[in-house]
Design a protein around this ligand. Sequence first.
Ligand SMILES: Nc1nc2c(ncn2[C@@H]2O[C@H](COP(=O)(O)OP(=O)(O)OP(=O)(O)O)[C@@H](O)[C@H]2O)c(=O)[nH]1
Ligand SMILES: [Mg+2]
Length: 331
Amino acid sequence: MRDLKKDDICILIPTLNEEATIGEVIEGFLKQGYHNILVIDGNSTDRTREIAERMGARVVIQTGKGKGQAINEAFSIIDSPVVVIVDGDGTYLPEEVNVLLEPIRRGYADHVIGNRFANFEEGAFTRLNLIGNKIINFMFRVAYGVELHDILSGYRALTRELYKSVRLEKPGFEVETELTVETIAKGFRIVEVPITYRKRGGKTKLNPFKDGFRIGMAIYDLLKKYSPGRYFYLIGLAMIAAGVGIGLYVVRDWFRHVTHYLLADLTALLIITGFQVIIFGTITDLLYRGNVELRREINAVSREIETLRKDLEEFKGRKVRVEVKERENRR
Ligand SMILES: Nc1nc2c(ncn2[C@@H]2O[C@H](COP(=O)(O)OP(=O)(O)OP(=O)(O)O)[C@@H](O)[C@H]2O)c(=O)[nH]1
Ligand SMILES: [Mg+2]
């Protein structure tokens, strides 16, 4: 997007009891020249909404519960060409918003994630959160085969084509995972840029065990939906591994002159079925990849059409101006 202006960008801040930091976050973005700010609040019981309104942000109370529901609802309200999502807890720097927007400005990304691991203050991650984040990112890379390192970051930028087409179904802290998976599955382009991560002001809303488990389950759940090939590979491999395990036991006892007929049958069954499931996975994977490839092509064509449309409008505008000038000169 060559001609992205600051008012074309909506700064979206989900909040739940962030009175300690929401003021400085909004002020930071105003200082950078971003005045289009939407705070979507989860019915805070402190002064969050009052402070946000006083600072000139638009404040909406979400109709449901959870960060995911809040962001989903905000996506239906917003219509700006680009949205920047940022937490209201003061952990991200408004000064770095331009770093985040650069790949979209240059036109090589539809979704930019701010990678917190590039530069984080001591104490910004608790030890548990750091380990949890690393495990989840590792799981994600293995499951989806995409080289991303901070899929749970709360600082990201998305284009309208993307945020209007993603389907978010999970209500809570799985939202970042879902956004990332939806982007990949729908053939949009995602990149990471290095950002700074600071220690939080106010109280955390995240339960590392409960939410960590939910995020792990979301990665698995979405895999079934969006990368079925890998899902079947895992099942097939597990069956073959079980078959080989039982088979080794059968063979060992056979050398000791004990024959397990039923277990031998089970070994064969598990290994053969395992291979069949893998073959089935390969076919599913081919279909899936073809689908994503097609979507990617469609997205590229849509972008091309949009650029041509803008060029045409510009050309028409110039032509009209020339004609008006010619008419004036004739008079
Ligand atoms: N609207 C809305 N916002 C929420 C809700 N839960 C959390 N948030 C906001 O979402 C942002 C992220 O929540 P955090 O508690 O900071 O979670 P986190 O960033 O993963 O974890 P820490 O910063 O390490 O505590 C914050 O701005 C919260 O106020 C919710 O139910 N509704
Ligand atoms: Mg936070």
